[in-house]
Design a protein around this ligand. Structure first.
Ligand code: 2IT
Length: 451
């Protein structure tokens, strides 16, 4: 970045921080994008005159509401819920709902902001949004989850619709929660429409939706490796997290002949040098997806695996690292360790998995590093495909959805290469993703005038 652009970024960030005090995750996400796009805004009078950067960082609206529900003991409980409708320039708002005790406005604004760019990269007509509640699903009974989901939808239904805003799942929200919310929406609106994605297969859900984020991360990694004449096959990989993204990333790694050696949850990580094969993965799907147990149980079941209490898996030597847990899960020290151990590719299954210091080191060392908005766009892409199927009242086969997902990931990779190529060998996937995503959204905003 030139001196002029740097001064502009710093001035812009001072204003953004003043307008959004204390929202450190949102500041971090905006800075990441601002550093990529500012040189282009400075060089293009149209963007500057239209105040595109200011408008792109101000959400269209934020809805905040109380969710009251009754627990199994008959106590009334109150939670806070949000929907951040960030930008609908290129399609109806689209993005997940997160149920987690640490959800707050800063986290949801960062996620909604990232979603605008991610959704643009998919090439589908999807605006950007995110929502959720500071509700902790852990330890709640099935009927408590149902009552919470139903109550949340009593308020949210008036703000969403298949042409308005289409929420999906995220951390703490899977097909079970989506179906409870869809049932309540259908009752209140008296409409059976594609208003939520990630639904069960009996009521408008799409095949491959559950697998899509995890498969997509591996497809993207495969694309990056193939560009440099390498392949996923035979590589040792660390994966963090134990949700759908992590589980299905491991499944796809296995299918492509790679070996995943780690998995983690909030209590620590498991290292299995023998590799998490199909049988072990089936066990994990049951442990985490059905029983909702702790990862440490894995080592009692499988010989040779070790549990590392309260630690992340980044000091295990690997060629590929796929962070699939949560934001800022790879910090500067982790990045240094991964690099010392010879990592060649890092692709973000979670959103903003890497701190700015980690990102800087990966780019300086010119490894293959893919930001979440490119690497994990497979999830929302499959959501877009579910919307298309719902609109046509059709259900595509597994092969059809998977092949479209593969094509979308390949096109996202191609856009990143096109806009992020630095020289013969090196592609800056951060700049590439940000620029390609920005241009599409910004051009639509320019076309609309001052709205
Ligand atoms: O972070 C994400 O991209 C998601 N949670 C999926 C969003 C969606 O609307 O499918």
């Amino acid at each position: 970045m030139g001196d002029k652009a740097r001064v502009v970024v710093e001035r812009f960030m001072r204003g953004l921080i003043r307008r959004n005090p204390g929202e450190s995750e949102f500041h971090q996400a905006v800075r990441g994008v601002a550093e990529s796009i500012t040189p282009h805004i400075v060089a293009d009078d149209r963007y500057r005159k239209a105040q595109i950067a200011e408008r792109l960082t101000e959400p269209d609206r934020i809805i905040i509401f109380r969710v009251c529900w009754e627990d199994d003991r008959g106590n009334v409980r109150a939670n806070r819920a949000w929907r951040v409708q960030f930008n609908n320039s290129i399609g109806p708002y689209k993005g997940g709902l997160r149920f987690h005790p640490e959800v707050n406005l800063s986290v949801l604004k960062f996620l909604a902001f990232e979603q605008v760019f991610k959704n643009s990269l998919t090439g589908l007509p999807l605006g950007g949004a995110k929502g959720g509640a500071n509700f902790n699903p852990k330890g709640k009974s099935e009927s408590e989850i149902m009552r919470f989901c139903h109550s949340l939808m009593v308020e949210m239904y008036r703000h969403i619709g298949d042409d308005v805003d289409v929420p999906a799942g995220d951390v703490g929200v899977g097909p079970r929660e989506i179906s409870y919310m869809f049932g309540q929406y259908k009752r209140l609106a008296n409409r059976f429409e594609g208003v939520l994605t990630g639904k069960g297969l009996s009521h408008g859900g799409s095949l491959v939706h559950t697998e899509s984020s995890g498969y997509g991360v591996v497809y993207f990694t495969q694309n990056m490796l193939e560009r440099i004449g390498e392949s996923v096959e035979g590589k040792t990989c660390s994966v963090s997290g134990a949700g759908n993204v992590a589980i299905y990333a491991i499944e796809k790694l296995n299918q492509l002949g790679a070996k995943a050696v780690t998995i983690s949850d909030t209590t620590g990580f498991v290292h299995d040098p023998g590799g998490i094969d199909e049988e072990k993965l089936a066990y994990l799907k049951e442990l985490k997806g059905v029983r909702r147990g702790l990862i440490s149980e894995y080592v009692e079941r499988f010989d040779g695996a070790t549990f590392h209490d309260d630690r992340r898996p980044w000091d295990v030597p690997v060629e590929i690292a796929l962070p699939c847990a949560t934001h800022n899960e790879i910090d500067g020290d982790d990045a240094r360790t991964l690099l010392v151990n010879g990592v060649m590719a890092v692709a973000e299954g979670s959103n903003m998995s890497c701190t700015p210091s980690a990102v800087r080191q990966f780019l300086d060392r010119r490894i293959l590093y893919a930001p979440g908005k490119a690497a994990n766009a497979g999830g929302v892409a499959a959501s877009g495909l579910e919307q298309s199927q719902n609109a046509q009242r059709l259900a595509w086969s597994r092969e059809e959805v998977d092949s479209r997902l593969r094509t979308i990931m390949r096109r996202i990779h191609a856009q990143c290469v096109d806009r992020g190529r630095r020289d013969e060998e090196f592609v800056d996937y951060v700049a590439g993703a940000n620029l390609a995503a920005f241009e599409k959204v910004a051009d639509a905003m320019l076309a609309y005038g001052a709205v």
